[in-house]
Design a protein around this ligand. Structure first.
Ligand SMILES: [Fe+2]
Ligand SMILES: [Fe+2]
Length: 458
């Protein structure tokens, strides 16, 4: 599946070719396209930041050179958007193209199908990152080290992917800026190591930020392998998918939002959607999986549950479910910007400072995303309003003007914070349905009840 977040711009007048692309519904949902017939129309698209155009295919058939200068300027201002030339039925590259090459990264000769373009996109955007080439870092093992907290990313040890030899340099954290290195990349992973540390009360392993990118790729590979395996149990798949999502969420909140991280998030969303559909097909209920997901990372879990609710309220299109999933993955970005370890599900433990962070996190989250740009408008609204409810005791958190995605994220968030992470018993679940869900619109209430009751039936 595609790992592409953003849009493709095709500037072409070749009717037959453009129409053939428009017929490829499935591929188009993975690689959304915008079409222009002239450079000038293309320029209009390119100027709109919110469209998030990632690559431009431009045909030698567009004829008119009007706008060439402006186009070149735009190209200069956006050096990260690759330009690929489409040569329809050429024998050789026309001389004027050869002479006026505005920086094509590649030339596709005689493209017949959309896949000629998507293969090129995969080639350009698929990470070539591998996790097997990490070398041991210079710190000594088994001695207390003073390190910068932000340079290391925590991974719950119960989820840590083990291999015969460690691919990563692994640390444990003793306190602020205090770490001990327990493994060098290349060391063998001794049996019982995880249990040993777990018994000592260690919850997370830490790996250097630069290695974490590669760790995510390893998670991705594991999940892909599992998803293809018909014999793997849903529980196992769910665990892996959410684990993959959790690592992406950690990277988004600790390293910041980048096209690269959004591309990977997109893969996670594709995988969650196919798993969700699978569960729906088999009528498997959420309850069966609550123990699998209860201690997982907040936003990845909320993203998965939000997708389930979206599906239950009848949102079927992959694009729409992915908007919900992306909004959910980013909904608390304003919290983690202030404190990457913030626990939204434990309000009883919040300090005054935490309360302040909480009160400001919706607006802050919106600001962070708007600064990045390129997201669907619904995503900003959902992040800015995910704690707002149609009804409820607190007027500061009440609004009549909430879109469906916002309510879905809100409901998934409460379901995680109140039911799943709290190991809620049946009585608590009943109370949640009678009290909390009443603050949402009926459609959402019904969908969540259905997800929860299905589980009673399983
Ligand atoms: Fe929140
Ligand atoms: Fe949340």
């Amino acid at each position: 599946m595609a790992k592409f977040f953003g849009k493709v711009l095709v500037i072409d007048t070749n009717f037959k070719f453009v129409e053939s692309i428009k017929e490829e519904g499935k591929l188009l949902s993975d690689y959304p396209c915008l079409f222009a017939k002239t450079l000038q129309d293309g320029i209009v698209f390119l100027k709109q930041n919110t469209l998030n155009i990632r690559v431009v295919f431009i045909s030698n058939k567009i004829g008119s050179t009007q706008g060439t200068e402006e186009f070149s300027k735009l190209k200069e201002a956006n050096p990260n958007i690759p330009l690929v030339l489409l040569l329809h039925n050429p024998e050789r590259v026309p001389r004027d193209v050869e002479e006026n090459n505005p920086g094509y990264v590649n030339i596709i000769r005689g493209p017949k199908k959309f896949s000629s373009l998507t293969d090129q996109i995969d080639e350009m955007f698929t990470s070539k990152e591998t996790w097997t080439d990490i070398e041991a870092t210079k710190e000594a093992k088994e001695v207390e080290l003073q390190l910068v907290d932000e340079g290391y990313i925590p991974i719950p040890i119960d989820d840590f992917i083990i291999s015969d030899t460690s691919f990563f340099n692994v640390f444990i954290k003793l306190g602020p800026s205090k770490f001990i290195k327990i493994l060098n990349a290349g060391d063998s992973f001794q049996e019982g190591l995880i249990q040993n540390y777990s018994q000592k009360g260690i919850v997370n392993f830490h790996i250097p930020k630069e290695e974490h990118k590669k760790y995510i790729r390893l998670c991705e590979e594991m999940t892909k392998k599992d998803m293809r395996n018909d014999k793997a149990e849903t529980k196992q798949k769910l665990r892996n998918v959410i684990n993959f999502g959790a690592n992406i969420a950690q990277s988004l909140s600790r390293t910041g939002i980048s096209q690269e991280s959004l591309d990977i998030a997109n893969t996670f969303l594709n995988q969650s959607v196919s798993l969700m559909k699978n569960m729906k097909m088999k009528s498997e209920s959420l309850k069966r999986f609550i123990d699998t997901i209860e201690s997982r990372e907040h936003t990845a879990t909320v993203s998965f549950i939000a997708g389930m609710i979206a599906n239950e309220v009848g949102i079927e299109s992959l694009k729409a479910i992915k908007i919900v999933g992306t909004a959910a993955l980013l909904h608390d970005i304003g919290l983690y910007e202030s404190n990457p370890d913030f626990k939204e599900e434990e309000p009883e433990k919040w300090t005054d400072e935490d309360r302040k962070i909480f009160n400001e996190h919706q607006i802050k989250g919106g600001e962070i995303l708007r600064k990045c740009g390129g997201f669907d408008a619904v995503i900003y609204q959902a992040v800015e309003n995910h704690h707002m409810r149609r009804r409820g005791p607190d007027p500061a958190y009440r609004s009549n003007n909430l879109n469906m995605v916002t309510e879905i994220i809100g409901a998934a968030d409460e379901l995680y914070n109140i039911v799943i992470s709290q190991h809620a018993d049946e009585a608590k679940i009943q109370q949640f349905m009678k009290k909390n869900l009443k603050n949402f619109s009926q459609e959402i209430e019904r969908a969540v009840v259905k997800i929860l009751q299905k589980k009673a039936a399983a």
